[in-house]
Design a protein around this ligand. Structure first.
Ligand SMILES: O=C(O)CCC(=O)C(=O)O
Ligand SMILES: [Fe+2]
Length: 274
């Protein structure tokens, strides 16, 4: 097994390993790499849905996503799909999965079944590196702040985006819950500090005037959006990507109109943050 850093701020590429046959030592090394790098990219995996589920279960209980269409016969698996005639993709903006939940999914495990001939890369951003690079004044300003996250604007009945995504999303009636989390998160496993707000689901800073809240969030987003905190994953079929939702953002680029892109995602349960 070879593990190599993918970029300065986030991710590692793992080669020469079959995730369906990891012994306990190899799994422990992979778990450590996951905590160190925030995202792992395994090349050349051949996974049945059963093997994908079995690998996911080594990390913890599966968090059954309620808004993505599920793979037929496998409720554990969410389909991340764009057909050639569809315009909108899923995850086409910076976000982290499930931050609207009280106990957001710890990680997401995404397996590439069909990748367009070019395009369809996914960007990742490292939240610990972004936090570390803030100046002391900003660190002081945000250290005790909390933010509210929600999902109605994405998955709810009234969401124009959900309507445009069509039947790839389900259960709009179950959208609407919100959750409050620290803006600066001490990672539940490593204690490393990272930013935990995202453009996809963060609604506002709690107890702050809307104008000021918007401006502060935008300032943090502008900071995180610098290339130096990113890794761009260029997918191959058979890639398995796994990211820590408490330590990263991701963004699926939508630059492959007319082609099919199909991946399977399993999310792993996380803990309440705070
Ligand atoms: O399609 C991708 O690369 C990622 C989509 C996404 O946001 C997700 O699966 O959580
Ligand atoms: Fe996502």
């Amino acid at each position: 097994m070879r593990i190599a850093k993918a970029s300065a701020a986030v991710g590692a590429i793992v080669e020469d390993i079959d995730v369906t046959r990891l012994d306990d030592d190899e799994f422990a090394a992979i778990r450590q790499a996951f905590l160190d790098h925030g995202a792992l990219f395994f090349r050349e995996q051949t996974l049945t849905p059963e093997a994908h589920i079995a690998f996911a279960e080594r990390w913890g209980a599966i968090d059954f996503n309620r808004f993505f269409k599920r793979r037929e016969g496998y409720p554990e698996i969410a389909e991340v799909l764009k057909e050639p005639d569809q315009q909108l993709n899923i995850g086409g903006g910076w976000h982290t999965d499930h931050s609207y939940d009280e106990a957001p999914a710890m990680g997401s495990i995404l397996y590439a079944l069909e990748i367009p001939p070019s395009g369809g890369d996914t960007l990742f951003a490292g939240m610990a590196a972004a936090y570390d690079a803030l100046d002391d004044l900003m660190k002081e300003r945000i250290k005790d702040l909390k933010a509210r996250h929600g999902n109605a604007h994405v998955f709810g009945e009234e969401s124009a985006y959900r309507k445009a995504v069509g039947d790839r999303y389900t259960n709009p009636d179950q959208a609407g819950q919100t959750a409050v989390h620290p803006v600066v998160l001490a990672h539940p496993d490593t204690g490393a500090k990272g930013l935990y707000v995202n453009p996809g689901f963060t609604l506002e800073i709690v107890d702050m005037e809307p104008e000021e809240s918007r401006a502060l969030l935008q300032q943090l987003y502008d900071h995180i959006q610098q290339d130096r905190f990113h890794h761009r994953h260029v997918w191959r079929e058979g890639d398995l990507a796994m990211w820590d939702n408490r330590a990263t953002w991701h963004y699926a680029l939508n630059d492959y109109q007319g082609h099919r892109r199909y991946l399977n995602r399993i999310t792993i349960e996380g803990v309440a943050l705070g």
